[in-house]
Design a protein around this ligand. Structure first.
Ligand code: GDP
Length: 230
């Protein structure tokens, strides 16, 4: 699986990250780089509560609408092209997929939700397994709720935020596909989401913008996750 391990950050990339103001701590960026340079491996796929593996390392779950760019983000974070592929094989789309990262962090790929036609019904279906997972998962440090930077949050996203609020699980809004917006539009989108996060009791107030395509925000997200793994 170690076919595309993250390369060391070039100095110019580190400077760009600092200018972006999302983290001012080069130590944190380095800790993130080192963590995600570690080996990642598939642990389990769980379509029902009984199959959820025992809690070991600190855990981060990735949630978002289908097509939000979740697989691409997981692959960009880990520098591997195939890490999240298992989740897209037939029959696996309704399962939680667990990956171990260097024995230090567990990454959980949650099923995509919110196909256009019936957001309410699908949010309910999603809710069953998700609540089974979220309740009492003591090692779950945070849910990253991915939102496509090109669109305002949809009804299904709001429903999932309400579920996370009621389960008292800290979640952080993470924009994907930030390369598709101008800098100005991205800043406006982030501001709007910071306001939205403030309105949710379980939301972490910082919003991160990422692009799997350009690599923007990936080092900062790795750094944030390394802090949570510590
Ligand atoms: P998932 O269904 O949430 O796992 O989404 P995927 O990772 O499969 O991506 C869905 C679509 O979004 C694909 O067509 C990707 O090429 C596209 N995509 C993913 N990440 C990015 C990104 O950073 N920028 C842009 N512009 N498109 C992206």
């Amino acid at each position: 699986m170690a076919d595309h391990a993250p390369r060391p950050l070039a100095q110019s990339e580190t400077c760009a990250a600092l200018r972006a103001g999302e983290t001012e701590n080069t130590d944190a960026l380095e800790a993130g780089r080192v963590l995600f340079a570690g080996e990642s491996r598939f642990v389990a796929a769980a379509g029902e509560r009984a199959r959820i593996p025992p809690a070991t390392a600190p855990e981060i779950a990735f949630a978002g609408r289908s097509n939000v760019g979740k697989s691409s983000l997981l692959n960009a974070l880990t520098g591997r092209h195939a890490l999240a592929r298992v989740s897209t094989t037939p029959g696996r789309t309704r399962e939680l997929i667990f990956f171990d990262l260097a024995g230090r962090l567990t990454l959980v790929d949650m099923p995509g939700y919110g196909y256009a036609k019936a957001p309410h019904r699908l949010a309910r279906e999603w809710q069953g397994l998700m609540l089974a997972y979220l309740r009492g998962r003591a090692n779950l440090r945070r849910v990253l709720l991915l939102l496509d930077a090109r669109h305002a949050p949809k009804q299904a996203d709001a429903a999932v935020m309400a579920i996370l609020d009621s389960a008292a699980v800290t979640f952080q809004l993470v924009l994907t596909k930030s390369d598709a917006l101008t800098e100005g539009d991205l800043a406006m989108r982030k501001d709007a989401l910071v306001r939205l996060a403030r309105a949710h009791k379980a939301a972490y107030p910082e919003v991160l913008a990422t692009s799997s395509r350009s690599g923007g925000g990936i080092a900062e997200l790795r750094a944030a996750l390394a802090l949570l793994a510590a």
